[in-house]
Design a protein around this ligand. Structure first.
Ligand SMILES: [Zn+2]
Length: 277
């Protein structure tokens, strides 16, 4: 599943190709995504210039403007299995290629999404006010997200800390892999009740959430060209996992065996030696 670092790596890969380019047209091959793709979308996009590509959580926001002054945002979400591919016009579409954004310069950005949990939407006005985006918590790299925020928001939460940091109302875009890794780096047991994590440990966790995501983005940055249009994770971060997917292997810090449990139907990996309740 594409997580925040993959979405950010995709965004950075698209910016130099798309910024200030005019859209020739858009093609919707399948309207049945997680929400229906708006029927008017090709009409709204044709002729518009892409003024910027930003990200909120795992949503990509394409800021579009028509010569006549009308503006709006193309909102894309990659869902469970979505990928964006940069191809040329002659590349034949495959079975799960549901949406094409074609530029006047001949470049085509193609959304492939076998499971169709992704989204292709249009929003007039401030995209951050869109109903899917408005309640998302602070971006992990914003100044709003820090130890104090994490401390305040966890005080009355009896749920496990791992589930709380994966809640997008608490912080945007921390998925399963990065929650596991950030908790290991912070020495916090993922099963601990959120409200029992003290101020100092909240500060450490906020810092490690940022660092883990940033390391993954940096690792992805070295293979950007491969990424927009390839399978797999952002770059080589996979080889840097300390605990994720390493059940039974020795902890890189203390040598104890990594444990595996299920939490909220997601796999949790941790070192019982290093990660304290
Ligand atoms: Zn350990």
């Amino acid at each position: 599943m594409p997580e925040l670092p993959e979405v950010e790596t995709t965004r950075r890969g698209l910016v130099p190709l798309l910024l200030n380019q005019r859209i020739a047209g858009a093609l919707v091959r399948n309207h049945a995504m997680r929400l229906p793709v708006p029927r008017a979308l090709p009409q709204l996009l044709a002729g518009a210039t892409i003024r910027g590509i930003s990200r909120r959580g795992k949503y990509l926001l394409f800021d579009c403007a028509q010569a006549g002054g009308q503006t709006g945002t193309l909102i894309l979400h990659l869902g469970m299995s979505g990928r964006l591919w940069v191809v040329d016009q002659a590349t034949p579409a495959e079975k799960h290629d549901h949406f094409d954004l074609a530029l006047e310069n001949g470049t085509v950005v193609r959304l492939r999404d076998p499971r169709r949990f992704g989204l292709v939407l249009w929003h007039k006005g401030d995209p951050l006010r869109h109903k899917l985006l408005v309640a998302i918590g602070p971006e992990p790299f914003s100044s709003e997200f820090d130890g104090d925020w994490l401390y305040r928001i966890t005080r009355h939460r009896a749920a496990a800390i791992k589930l709380v940091i994966m809640d997008s109302h608490v912080v945007a875009g921390v998925g399963n892999i990065y929650a596991n890794e950030a908790l290991f780096r912070s020495g916090i047991n993922p099963l601990s009740q959120a409200r029992r994590i003290g101020n100092a440990r909240c500060a450490l966790l906020a810092q490690h959430i940022r660092e883990t995501l940033d390391d993954a983005i940096v690792a992805g940055g070295s293979s950007l060209r491969d990424y927009v249009g390839s399978d797999g994770m952002a770059g080589n971060f996979q080889s840097q996992f300390s605990v994720y997917g390493r059940e039974g292997e020795p902890c890189p810090r203390c040598g104890a065996r990594i444990h595996h449990v299920q939490q909220g139907q997601r796999a949790t990996y941790y070192c019982p030696g290093c990660q304290k309740r």
